[in-house]
Ligand binder design. Sequence first.
Ligand SMILES: [Zn+2]
Length: 394
Amino acid sequence: MVAVTKWVLLFAGIALASAFPAAEDFEARSSQNVVATEDSASLLEEGVERAYRFLQSCGDKDMSLCVKMRALTFVDRALRRPGDVDIVDGVSLVRTQDGMDVSRELNGRALSEAELDASLPKNADERDAQVETLLVDRVAKFLQSHTLQLKVPDYAITEVRKTLDEGVILNKEFPPANSWIRNHKGLTLLEWIDALKMVGYVAPVRAVPGRSRDGTRCRRCLSEIQTLPHILGFCPYSEALRNIRHHAVRSILAETLKEVGFTVHQEVQGLATQGSVRRIDIVAIKNNAAYILRLTIRFETHADQPHEVDSEKKRIYEPTITFYKDKYSLSHIDVIGLMVGARGTIPSFFANKCKNLSLTHSIVKEIAISALKGSVQILRNHLYGSDNGNFKLS
Ligand SMILES: [Zn+2]
């Protein structure tokens, strides 16, 4: 048992040392805080290359003793270093509290190979035995004083977090509507999975065969970079499906307004003060007052977006107020721009307006699911639809 342990420790020492053959290499690598960008294949190559150089550097010396001595000086040095040992990005040997103590205990300069060589007995067997004893001792100490730490590199975490934040930035807004994230009720399981991918923005928009030749342009219209916002919001290929998505949400809103006593007109054309024609989604009338509602399904990007949409729609549709006042004999009209997230987000702005209009919570959930289903359909059609599809030049 003792013999087996000894060989394990010897092997560990040699493996450690051949990963960092020369003390200078080790120092340089540690001090530079190397960011490994190599893929695993080149890391492996690098490892083999290092081990080869390590063995080659022993030249004509007794190979076994040379390797052990190299390993001993390396581990001895590593033990005395106060910091951690970074092996590759994300993998390091981290010094424990025991390690601090060992480092202090071994206080003093590390032995160089030449000094070690001079201090050893002349007899070959004795030399070998002593080097081995020292190496086993140092490696045991090293392993006692370090733990192997696997850590996802910070830049990878930042990247993932950024993507998720973008995806759910507005999803925190109105939890009752957005509960579909935890529960796929209202969506088929496959729609739910696609919807989750869209929220995480990890839909395989670039991984499906048939992508455009340069690999980044939209495979359908070739005019823009093929991103999820492009597919869901701008690509002319999906225009018809975008209209279907929009109409589905508008119908839910219109029906619910009728239920709470509004007289509702949908898709009405009105004249602006300058004479231009502007089409609105819904005019909802009750007691000589009305709301002009304009829905927008937009890819969620930032928290102010719903307010910006509202201002944008007010600017466009307020000039039609006089026209509608005359048309329906109204005394007061409010224009409201309502944004629904393309990935099923119901902003709190939207939820609050629904509350003002006496609409129940269930409507916002229904609208969230409807918008999501529409987006999933657009995404699937974009990725897997026929070449002719519903492509239209805009
Ligand atoms: Zn496109």
